[in-house]
Design a protein around this ligand. Structure first.
Ligand SMILES: NC(=O)c1ccc[n+]([C@@H]2O[C@H](COP(=O)([O-])OP(=O)(O)OC[C@H]3O[C@@H](n4cnc5c(N)ncnc54)[C@H](OP(=O)(O)O)[C@@H]3O)[C@@H](O)[C@H]2O)c1
Length: 310
């Protein structure tokens, strides 16, 4: 089977070797230099493919994302019609994200951001500690990643609320859904974790109006996508003290531009899109399993809906 690999940041040789372990008759092609006959290509494995490029392959059976998000594929207005777009669902990726979320939720809950500032100022002072059951965390998006993170937070003893598009049931999580439930959900989110996909509906969802609904002095953890946040509004909320701290892993433009206010704004922590990184070993296994399902005429796992964009 011929698979086309297209990504600027990933090593094609590494992926070829790993996929070969699972797909015996793999014919691995690399965009743009080693495409061969376009009619041969049955699968594409991509990160941020060039706009319009996928339209060139008449026999594509599926487009696989190299990551959990598919906004980098749906941004192409000229995708081949009817070809399923498949998200990466991988236990290692999910676990990595929950580690990131747990780390930062505990960081704020235990006042480590305040102790870091005290240390810089040479201040020895013990701060009062709130019981974990009285610290509330709100998780926006209860999918593969948000669902796991919410369960892990609840497992540690946080008071957890969650928000999704459709109704959800998750043990230990107070679940909200839909537009009308956004305000009450935000009102409960002392620490807000954003794990929404970037879609036409969610773009800019964290703006002055929604940020104002968070309890005063709260925190934002955004490892989802930068464009979910109105950057100027977040900076204003930080300046006013309405938001006391933000951890940002993703940005509207990446890498984050030198001199961008987020680099140096007090209360802001920047990480370089590392909240959860695809492990090519486990991901290659998942992608090969989906190729096999398709070859057998079964539906692949993780097909995104072109109507909703996730
Ligand atoms: N920084 C990193 O390293 C990194 C790594 C991996 C992924 N990510 C980001 O994480 C995102 C989430 O991944 P995932 O695998 O968890 O996605 P997913 O399984 O598709 O889950 C998406 C969740 O968001 C909810 N949602 C979507 N649109 C909504 C709306 N308009 N209103 C309310 N809720 C909405 C969905 O609600 P329903 O349950 O009702 O459908 C679902 O619960 C990815 O899209 C990607 O951008 C970042």
């Amino acid at each position: 089977v011929a698979l086309l690999f297209s990504s600027k940041g990933d090593d094609p040789a590494l992926w070829e070797g790993l996929l070969r372990r699972h797909v015996a008759d793999l014919d691995f092609r690399v965009w743009p230099d080693n495409v061969g006959d376009a009619a041969d290509i049955e699968f594409a494995l991509v990160w941020r493919p060039k706009l319009g490029a996928l339209r060139e392959f008449p026999n594509l059976k599926a487009i696989f994302s190299l990551g959990a998000g598919v906004d980098h594929i749906f941004r192409d207005p000229d995708l081949p019609p009817g070809v399923p777009i498949v998200r990466l669902i991988d236990a290692a990726l999910t676990r990595g994200m929950s580690e990131y979320v747990l780390h930062w939720a505990l960081h704020f809950h235990r006042n480590f951001h305040r102790y870091a500032r005290q240390q810089r100022e040479g201040i020895w002072k013990q701060l009062p500690l709130t019981p974990i059951s009285e610290t509330s965390v709100g998780v926006m998006g209860l999918g593969e990643l948000g669902g796991d993170a919410a369960a892990a937070l609840a497992g540690l003893g946080f008071r957890v609320a969650g928000w999704s598009r459709g109704p959800k049931k998750l043990e230990g999580v107070e679940c909200f859904h839909g537009h009308h439930a956004l305000e009450p959900f935000l009102g409960l989110s002392q620490i807000l974790v954003c794990l929404l996909p970037l879609t036409p509906e969610t773009e800019g969802i964290l703006h002055a109006g929604t940020l104002a609904r968070l309890p005063r002095g709260g925190y934002l953890i955004n490892p989802a996508r930068g464009a979910l946040v109105a950057e100027e509004d977040l900076l204003a909320a930080l300046d006013s003290g309405h938001i006391a701290g933000a951890v940002l892993d993703v940005f509207r433009a990446e890498p984050l531009a030198p001199g961008h206010p987020f680099w140096s704004r007090p209360g802001v922590t920047v990480t370089p899109h590392v909240a959860s990184i695809t492990d090519p070993r486990s991901a290659a296994r998942e992608i090969a399993a989906n190729m096999e399902r398709i070859e057998k005429g079964e539906p692949p796992v993780g097909v995104a809906d072109p109507e909703t964009g996730y």
